[in-house]
Design a protein around this ligand. Structure first.
Ligand SMILES: [Zn+2]
Length: 439
């Protein structure tokens, strides 16, 4: 079989390997969908084994691993800007849940997922972890687009267009898990919505299936002080205590938000290896609270980043999220060294891969990994002069500077233009949905 080689030559390669090496004037050589080697530019010129390779020269650019959006509700992009300036429970119960009941069907999923995936690719995200209804449809869209995705298999106690009760959600979850396991870019995670919407019995089953199948569990946990206080009032327990008893606190759990944590809980989740998906902009916008990132980092907890859905953010720009996360950690802890530029970039890349059980495949630029890569063009006013590309990426660059994106070795964005997606068509479909929903 003929192998296809691509050589990407950027001025800086931010590897995000365990030593966080930043390479100057290196070429990253792709063989089909994988990273074959990293080699100095002046050495590659002398090799003739890559004569047939496609060469992409990126002067003034930084190449880095594609970002991993560890928590989103991709199809909810179609609800962007529909209900704003409200606290979580009012936003959910009076606006989002009724709109979902009225509008969500497979065509909504297809158009919403495409809109979200296009926005993410355009802003440098190459892998998303989703939670929404009709996960079978989302998986199909992800594979068709070429977007690496971990599709959440939603479980709730209450009915929706997707299932009528927890048993049916679980039954369908297992069926979708089986149906999509052979897809190359898509895998699945159990996605019980939250402790307050899923009862003990389905959670016990999820804990069992997750451990048997080694599949992540993706769940909103301790999103607000209200959630924790209400659970204490009803059950006498904090939700995390309950999840611990249900055997859910382990390295398969991606606990989303975690704004309300006491000292004991931080120690417990560190000891149990629980991953935290931090969504600072959604937490700020809904007035939900602030995840204690500095304390979690100190305890060695794996923190990854998510945008949450576009209805509560209101964008899916992980580069912006990275900066908000770093600034918020510093501001809320009173420590300017908390969440430094490297840690912020790790949270947006390798930590997300680790949380999703994919750190052996993506999240850094290392030989043998899948080629999920992005380039940022730093030849802009806001990123000059350039002392340190890491600082520019974390604190100064805009997602509009993402010039190239590859997912699994396939170019998705080249010179700021989509290679496979038709943005005009995606925007027209989103506008048509807004017309329908408004009327
Ligand atoms: Zn969410």
């Amino acid at each position: 079989m003929q192998h296809r080689y691509q050589i990407i030559q950027a001025d800086w390669t931010i590897t995000v390997n365990s030593d966080f090496e930043v390479l100057r004037d290196f070429a990253v050589v792709l063989e089909d969908n994988r990273i074959q080697t990293l080699i100095a530019n002046d050495e590659i010129a002398e090799l003739d084994c890559y004569q047939s390779a496609e060469i992409v020269r990126l002067p003034g650019c930084a190449l880095m691993p594609g970002m991993v959006n560890s928590h989103t509700h991709a199809p909810m992009s179609l609800f962007r800007g529909m209900a704003d300036d409200l606290p979580l429970m009012q936003w959910l119960t009076e606006h989002i849940w009724p709109a979902e009941a009225r509008w969500v069907d497979p065509s909504f999923i297809a158009d919403g997922f495409r809109l979200a995936a296009a926005e993410m690719i355009r802003s440098g995200t190459t892998c998303l972890s989703d939670m929404f209804y009709f996960p079978d449809e989302a998986a199909r869209c992800a594979q068709e687009i070429g977007m690496r995705s971990v599709i959440g298999l939603i479980v709730l106690d209450f009915p929706s267009a997707w299932a009528k009760d927890a048993d049916e959600y679980l039954h369908k979850a297992l069926a979708v898990h089986d149906e999509i396991r052979e897809l190359s870019l898509v895998s699945s995670a159990f996605a019980p919505h939250a402790p307050y919407t899923v009862s003990d019995q389905p959670l016990r089953q999820i804990a069992m299936y997750s451990s048997e199948l080694d599949v992540p569990v993706h769940m909103h946990v301790h999103e607000t002080a209200h959630e924790v206080a209400e659970a204490q009032q009803k059950t006498g327990q904090r939700p995390l205590q309950r999840l611990d008893q249900l055997d859910l606190l382990n390295p398969n759990l991606i606990a989303v938000h975690m704004t309300e944590l006491d000292e004991f809980e931080i120690e417990r989740i560190a000891e149990a290896g629980v991953n935290v998906a931090h969504c600072p902009e959604s937490n700020l916008k809904l007035g939900s609270g602030i995840c204690p990132v500095a304390d979690l980092l100190e305890q060695g907890v794996n923190i990854c980043l998510g945008t949450d859905g576009a209805a509560s953010n209101n964008d899916l720009d992980l580069l912006g999220e990275m900066r908000t996360a770093a600034l918020l950690a510093k501001g809320s802890s009173g420590n300017a060294s908390a969440c430094d530029a490297r840690q912020a970039i790790e949270m947006a890349t390798i930590n997300g891969a680790r949380a999703l059980g994919m750190a052996d495949r993506i999240g850094s630029i290392e030989v043998g990994k899948h080629a999920d890569l992005i380039a940022l063009d730093l030849n802009s006013l806001n990123t000059q002069p350039l002392y340190d590309p890491v600082a520019q990426v974390a604190y100064a660059a805009s997602s509009r500077q993402v010039s190239h994106v590859w997912i699994d070795g396939v170019a998705q964005l080249k010179d700021f233009e989509f290679c496979r997606l038709d943005s005009a068509e995606i925007i027209a479909k989103a506008a048509a949905w807004a017309q329908k929903i408004k009327s």
